[in-house]
Structures are given as C-alpha cells and as structure tokens.
Design a binder for this molecule. Sequence first.
Ligand code: GLU
Length: 331
Amino acid sequence: MRKSGIFLIVTLVISAFIVGGIAVVGEATKGKFITIGTGGITGVYYPTGGAICQMLNKKKDTYGIRCTVESTGGSVFNINAVISGDMDFGIAQSDIQFKAYQGIGEWKEKGSQQDLRSVFSLHTEAVTLVAAEDAGIKSITDLKGKKVNIGNPGSGQLQNCMDILPLFGIDIEKDIKAEQAKAAEGPSLLQDGRIDAFFYTVGHPNGAIKEATAGARKARIVPISGEMANAVIKKYPYYVKTVIPMSHYPSAVNKEDVETLGVKATLITSAKVPDDVVYAIVKEVFDNLEDFKTLHPAYAELSREKMLQGLSAPIHPGALKYFKEKGLIKE
Ligand code: GLU
C-alpha cells in the first residue's frame, strides 16, 4: 500500500514534469508567423522584405513573431494577397496603393480596397527603361515597332506602362510588340535578343539592371523626361521626377545620370492585422533605422520623416501608435 502510494506520487511528479516540460516548450515555440510579399529576387523588394524580417527576428523572444519573406509578382499581387489575408504584409508602389484604395485602375471592377493600410514608405523607385543599343532606342517614342517587356500581370511596372505609354503617343496594343514577362527574366530576354527593351519600376542599384547592362549585348537606360513626362505628372500627380545615378551601372552605354519618373515603395498591410504586430515592425525598423539603412544601398535617402510621406491609404493604428509616441505625427 505504502509502496503503491509512493509509486503514485512518483508517477504524478514525473507526469507533472512531462506536462510542464511540454508546456514550457510550447510557450517557447508559441508565436506568430508573418509573411511579407515582395517581388522578384533580383529587385529591391525582396531584400527589403529580408531586411525588415531581419530587424524583427532579432527580437523574436520579445515579440514571439517569426517573419519570413516570399518572392511574388510585385505590387498588385501583394496588395491582393494582403487584402485576401494570404499574407500579412506586402511591399507595393505608392501609386498602386493609391489606385487600390481609391478603387481605380486594376481595382475599377472590385472597387475600393477599404481594408488596405499603410505602414511606412521606403526607397524611391524609378520607372526604368533599359534598351539594347543595337535597337536604336534613345527615347520612349523610339519604342514603336519594338519588342518590349512591359511587366508581368501583378507587377507595378505594367501599371506604369499603362499610365505612361499612351501619353507618349504609344498604343500598347498596336504600336509595340508587348511581352508580359517577370522582371527577373528581363535581362536574359534582352541579352538573348528576344526583346529590344524592358520596363522595370525599381529602386537603384539592383541586380536586374546590373545584369541587363553588363552583358555582351550593349544596353542603355533611356530617359522618361520632357514635355510628355510633365503631362504624365499633370494627369497622375502620384509621379515625381527622379534621377537614376549611372555610377551604379558602369557597363551601360550612357554615362550621364538619367531623368525619369518615380514613385515610392511602401510597406502595406490590412486593417485585420493586429496592432501589436504592426507596432513591433515599425518600432524595430524606426528605432534601429541607421542599422536598417546599412542593409541596402537604395535606403541611403531614408529618414523617419520621409518614411511618412507618400502613404496613400490610411495609416494602420499599430503604426500610428508608434508615430504619435515619437512625435512624428501630432495627436
Ligand atoms: N516595383 C516593382 C513592382 O511593384 C517591384 C520592384 C522590386 O521588386 O524591387 O512590381
């Protein structure tokens, strides 16, 4: 009797340890997984998602959040994935974010994406037109009759081509042979002679433009400037003038910096994503901004103040809490 009593106690103690142990392990691994939708791996969105996750994952014990990135088709894809709840965050161009929240362009049929929320903005993206030198393309109007990759469905560049080309007198259906390949394929299509030029709306420097301008087939970056570019800004005020520094691409034919149109990369999320998760991302990136900026040369221009510009959907309350605490936005 006494023996069995001791046995029972021992069994209970061991069981308690096992259950407790499982509970402790459960506690440690418990946590939230979040995904950031980015773009092609040779763009800037993909390393940007990686940089944001890196900041957050350093504090996984504090927040219990594990952050991962996914390579995707780009802005339009990311907005739709965030709205449907397939992803928690995404990177998207400010102009595309504007269209989604307003229910125009790609979202004309579906209407305003009311759950879309801004978190903060990032680097400037330049509408970049790369052309093979042997194709004789020195301005957008020279694209007539050429094979041009205007971007995959889901990408930001496809939307930019639809805004810009008609104002330069180019009918996408009739005047060019338009391809809709992914940006990551643009450089090899150009180098293999299967296209004459491609558009990519992207931060600089980036791997895709390096690859496209460093091959055996000589290539140049073509400006998008002058009266017609002014007309684009007048019609679509979400574009600004920007410059592509050619020091990033020493193998390109043209050596002078290139004037073009720009938008801003922004981090977006859904109103359904909890405030504490959004707060954690903003806090880790903003509190450690100088470290964050070392993670990609395209972030050189970033500052806390600039990262609150170009947000074309309402700011998520989790982000707003941080901005108010730091006085970046007044109560
Ligand atoms: N701006 C591009 C897009 O929205 C992506 C650029 C990048 O991946 O850096 O599709």
